[in-house]
Design a binder for this molecule. Structure first.
Ligand SMILES: Nc1ncnc2c1ncn2[C@@H]1O[C@H](COP(=O)(O)OP(=O)(O)O)[C@@H](O)[C@H]1O
Ligand SMILES: [Mg+2]
Length: 355
């Protein structure tokens, strides 16, 4: 009940009690049947108060009812009909008994209800944790079988690729310099290079490297990532902003791997802002952990893919591999950290927590 409804209900209950008391005082003393009826009506506000406000409510209503009725007994019955007065006193005690018992039952019911609600919440949480764990298990199961297939396939693909590249280079030599067919050789070499890059990225994804950790200042790592991204950002008219917390404690991480994560996030951010914008790199400490935000003012993640964004091979880009975020998430998970994506009013924010 809101505060407002509580006060209104209490006022209504008190008014009912006063109304019943008024009936007693206004009805002639010899209409005993009417008085008896009024007395019974007192139980309605008492039971309601007890039901709504528990033991205290029940006792308060009983006290108020007794106080409002007591003068009537003292004034009228005490002298005229002592036996009836005694009866009335007993009735007043019953007010308290009924108020207390109903209130106690109400309290009991409320406690049960609260307990059931708590258990329900705990169950809901356990269920969502379980779903998350099962999801992670399935994902790692998928990944480990993928890793085996991948490394085999990658080696099989790489060998013929270097053979093709060599053959194209030899063929190219026989083509006169001014011939337009030279362009085909260039295309062939560029495409071979692209497949090679994709396959290498895939291998990186399928067989994560063993971490080599050391204490690192996250701000320095962010600085060197920003430097690496500078050229690509400038081309896309993207401004990079540093919002670093001073005096961050060092964290034990594999700097190269986390830099890879930051690069993947940075490149995605630049790609999400083809007509320019800003990327904010923010570092902050949260108790024992360190958080890094990479926020952009770009197109935003389409809502329909938000919950699949870390899935391998999910891409909305014509030449995307869909591996950047899954590699990033894998590396962060290897560090026992978390990586989450959020849609913001203008753009996207990824948050890494480490430590
Ligand atoms: N900063 C971002 N803003 C908007 N969409 C994003 C962002 N980062 C990632 N995405 C979406 O997530 C998809 C997967 O990203 P990723 O795994 O890096 O693969 P890729 O970049 O090769 O597509 C992207 O294709 C894009 O749709
Ligand atoms: Mg990417």
């Amino acid at each position: 009940m809101s505060k407002r409804t509580t006060s209104i209900t209490i006022i209504l209950l008190a008014a009912t009690i006063l109304f019943i008391a008024a009936l007693h005082y206004l009805t002639p003393v010899n209409s005993i049947v009417l008085h008896q009826v009024y007395q019974r009506i007192y139980y309605i506000p008492i039971i309601l108060a007890a039901f709504w406000y528990g033991l205290r409510g029940g006792l308060a209503a009983a006290t108020f009812a007794a106080l409002s009725y007591l003068p009537h007994i003292l004034l009228h019955w005490q002298h005229q009909n002592y036996e009836y007065a005694l009866n009335q006193y007993a009735e007043l005690s019953l007010f308290f008994v009924i108020g207390a018992v109903t209130g106690w039952l109400g309290d009991q019911k409320r406690r049960e209800h609260d307990r059931a609600e708590r258990i329900n919440l705990e169950l809901q949480k356990a269920y969502s944790d379980l779903r998350q764990t099962v999801g992670q298990l399935l994902q790692s199961e998928r990944l480990s079988s993928l890793a085996e297939i991948a490394s085999g396939v990658v080696h099989e693909v790489r060998n013929p690729l270097s053979a093709i590249k060599g053959a194209v280079e030899i063929l190219e030599k026989d083509i006169p310099l001014e011939s337009p067919r030279r362009e085909f050789a260039q295309i062939a070499k560029a495409e071979v290079e692209r497949i090679n890059k994709l396959v290498t990225e895939f291998l990186k994804f399928a067989r994560p490297p063993v971490l080599s950790k050391s204490p690192i200042c996250v701000n320095d790592l962010l600085d060197s990532t920003i430097q690496l991204l500078e050229l690509q950002a400038a081309k896309a008219d993207v401004k990079m902003i540093r919002e670093f917390a001073p005096d961050l404690p060092e964290v034990d991480i594999d700097a190269e791997q986390i830099k890879q994560v930051l690069l993947n996030l940075g490149i995605n951010a630049i790609e999400a802002m083809p007509t320019g914008g800003t990327i904010t790199f923010r570092s902050r400490s949260e108790g024992q952990t360190i958080a890094i935000d990479v926020g952009d003012t770009g197109s935003g993640i389409p809502p329909e893919i938000l919950d699949r964004i870390f899935d391998p091979f999910l891409t909305t880009k014509e030449k995307g591999s869909g591996l950047g975020l899954s590699v990033a998430q894998r590396i962060v998970a290897q560090h026992e950290g978390t990586l989450i994506a959020e849609r913001r009013p203008s753009g996207t924010r990824f948050t890494i927590t480490l430590g």
